[in-house]
Design a protein around this ligand. Sequence first.
Ligand SMILES: Nc1ncnc2c1ncn2[C@@H]1O[C@H](COP(=O)(O)OP(=O)(O)OP(=O)(O)O)[C@@H](O)[C@H]1O
Ligand SMILES: CC(=O)N[C@H]1[C@@H]2OC[C@@H](O2)[C@@H](O)[C@@H]1O[C@H](C)C(=O)O
Length: 398
Amino acid sequence: MKNHVIRLAEIANQPSRRIIGLMSGTSLDGLDVALCKIQGSGTDTVLEVEQFATVPFTEDFRDNIREIFAKREIDFQHLCVLNPLIGLEHGRMILECLKNWNIPAEEIDLIASHGQTVFHAPKKQHNLSGFPNSTLQIGDGDHISVTTKIITLSDFRQKHIAAGGEGAPLAVYGDYFLFSQKGENRILLNMGGIANFTFLPGSLDPSAIFTTDTGPGNTLIDAFARQFFNIPYDDNGAIAASGSVNEILLDALKSLSFFEAPFPKTTGPEVFNKEFVNNLIIKNHLSRISHEDILATLTRFSADTISSAILRMIKPDEIYKIYASGGGAHNPVLMAAIHEQLPNCHLSLIDDLGVSGDAKEAVLFAVLANETVAGGEVAFGEREGVPSVTMGKISFPG
Ligand SMILES: Nc1ncnc2c1ncn2[C@@H]1O[C@H](COP(=O)(O)OP(=O)(O)OP(=O)(O)O)[C@@H](O)[C@H]1O
Ligand SMILES: CC(=O)N[C@H]1[C@@H]2OC[C@@H](O2)[C@@H](O)[C@@H]1O[C@H](C)C(=O)O
């Protein structure tokens, strides 16, 4: 047997594994790097987040991604050269983190890399007859593995699609393993560029677990904060708080058919982008609306669509606790608007359950890699959106 296969089997048999989880989301703010110590697997998973950092992208790196990000028409050569470049850059960022943490690379068992989503096109969105659900993450895993000399699992979403899912949300797997609690109905709400939630029933019945994207989290707010105010995001929702919600624009935004479609569903900035909003502004003769009012309206749009998705799912006679994570949990205007519409739900932060909300998605990929290498059967039952599969492709450094 080849040495690297022997090494992988040894890692699988260890009582615990040190796994670096990586996430680079739709906000393009930076690479989230979570060093996790993971013991056991499945619902017996015991997690310790040893270190966490977000390595910010340079403006140049971000612009390079934006050139192809969520666009229907691109320079194909640029996509081709970005795939290895992102892998190399992510590898370099990991080595930088390890140096800062004073941890030698030899002490790390695995890397679990999400990569950079550049396009997401489920069937319900592309509507092309005969074509499957599809999603594309780049940042090649072999380049990460060779750069760091650490066995790397990457490209987790393809298997999910191959097994019948839309490639997202994958958070449901980690959420179920790490955060299920007997007797408490939990809703784990993540607000990144796009928002999604996982419902974890207090009964612990895996067949009742539910997950879906809800629509925009911060992606539209960020896009217009950048365009109007030349800032990466509306810090603490200050600009939105200084404006007023425009009800005509809000109604027009909410009339998109995506919101009527049944659960589970996924989406991305391919749908929720500046053109989508600008077209509605023109169509509804709202060109005099102030920049502050646009940000106030977009913030309320995210809050309303998140809340109404949750309301569609919860039963009026049961009690639910919502645990928020992702960058949107730092926006008090967004959080207050959600709370206002869900008065019967207790709203707090995932940090209360012992994992930082900023680290949660990177941790998820470490948990998924742990399952693939050392897990048992994943028993979610066979139903739409949550296939029972292990995910990720394995790259060896040698
Ligand atoms: N203090 C803050 N005030 C307002 N918004 C904030 C604050 N901090 C972070 N954010 C928002 O959170 C965003 C980053 O969120 P996050 O890192 O969770 O997204 P992501 O992981 O890139 O996206 P996705 O989960 O959709 O892939 C920022 O772009 C910004 O919009
Ligand atoms: C295709 C893609 O990258 N989707 C992301 C995105 O960001 C949030 C939301 O849209 C979610 O569905 C998913 O990420 C998280 C990590 C998930 O799969 O659970």
